[in-house]
Design a protein around this ligand. Sequence first.
Ligand code: BES
Ligand code: MN
Ligand code: ZN
Length: 505
Amino acid sequence: MSEALKISYAAPDVAKGGTLVIFMADDGKLPDATRKLIGTTAANGIHRAVEAESFKAKPKSILAIPAPHGLDVDRVLVVGIGHDGDRQATDYIRLGGAISGRFGTARVINILFVGPADWRVDGAAASDLALGMRLRAYRFDKYFTKKREADQDRPQGAVIIKIGLANYSEAKKVSKTGDSIAEGVIKARDLVNEPPNVLDPIEFARRASELSKLGVEITVLDEKQLARIGMRALLGVGQGSAKESRVVIMRWNGAKTAKASKAGPVAFIGKGVVFDTGGISIKPAAGMEDMKGDMGGAACVVGLMHTLASRKAKVNVIGAIGLVENMPDGNAQRPSDIVTSLSGQTIEIINTDAEGRLVLGDVLWYVKETFKPQLMIDLATLTGAVLVALGQENAGLFSNDDALAERIYAAGKATGETVWRLPLSPAYDKMVDSKFADMKNSGGRHAGSITAAQFLKRFVGDTAWAHLDIAGTALGSPESDINKSWSSGWGVRLLDRFVADYYEE
Ligand code: BES
Ligand code: MN
Ligand code: ZN
């Protein structure tokens, strides 16, 4: 859906034509290695341009020099990398994004991935550059029937990118993982961007089932089976919709040792409300179209399973998604209804718009009982309140396990998909007690994200569990160098890293 980037890795050298990309630290001098490759005449010309434009080579700043003196190329992009102290591990991905943002219509790109001695230019860094370029290039344009004006600044056809670095053979190996990550993020973005008349629960389940091609075992539970199992809280949300609800279980068994099967799988659970009107407690019209993205959690789980299976991660993982549509209707559930969840606990419906927790409560309980996972992490576009608290910069993190929370936090730092932990406590828990049932599905306006998490906590027992409220980060065009789309695919990179750093053999 984006133009194809054909990225290859080779020894660095200057070829004729195309766009040449070089790097410069904020001392304003071209690195020796770069000078050697482009020659003195060209280096002098570039220094002259850098001075004339007062280019400061701050991180991710870019100076474009057309038809540079002393070089037989169409254009040079001088990319700033700042200095040692202001560089971070995640910078290569963002740098890749920022660079490709300046490719314009160019179709041949030659990157001289060499730099000053204190700058890492290994295979992993090259692969991260490529990942950033792929993510930046993503567009969701399948529903445009005509070319738009903005497309004039886009390349026509495939873009051929060569990343030149000393250790190109390492880059070739590592980049396979990077490509798996890019595919997973893009899969998640595609699902979130897709409109709900196309992506109903049944179609969503079908797309998730495509993971069987990668060796993921798929089970799709239909409404009959869900009723037999007893997921009445989940089914209650979907009962006003003409579309049937579904739960999809995805299993990736990549671990080789008996130890892994003894520990139990790592489980990811996603909220998949394909459209959230609010139900009888209907939402206002303004902005309701955004609620096609209320399956961002489920999309992330599918994207993550894709990445893990595609790179053959040595770990046993369960992905579970609850797919429903929340609609008002003669058959829809009402405020004051009382439903019995799979756990046996009863829930008074106060607000039919607090539907995500009803879906997740049943799926969390099901996963806990069925698979005895060593830990569960759920992702959900659960509350508007998390946007009030954290904006689009951080996802809300809640957990009953400090060590687990630390690991997620660290993986967030490492990938740039950052989280911020919010509290749980008995006092908040009390806010979801009900006059008529074991609990109610809304604790009111105060601490809305926290009381939603407290509700979920009642469905996880003693299992180590974390909840990520991604209402702010998954959709609504969170600004970044590596995404120009409405949906971000948030969480795939974070959780892939979480698995790789702590749970793989
Ligand atoms: N899907 C919404 C939350 C949401 C808001 C996601 C904005 C993405 C962007 C959720 O189902 C919802 O409606 N939550 C209510 C809960 C309330 C009724 C207790 C909310 O946040 O207002
Ligand atoms: Mn809602
Ligand atoms: Zn919702």
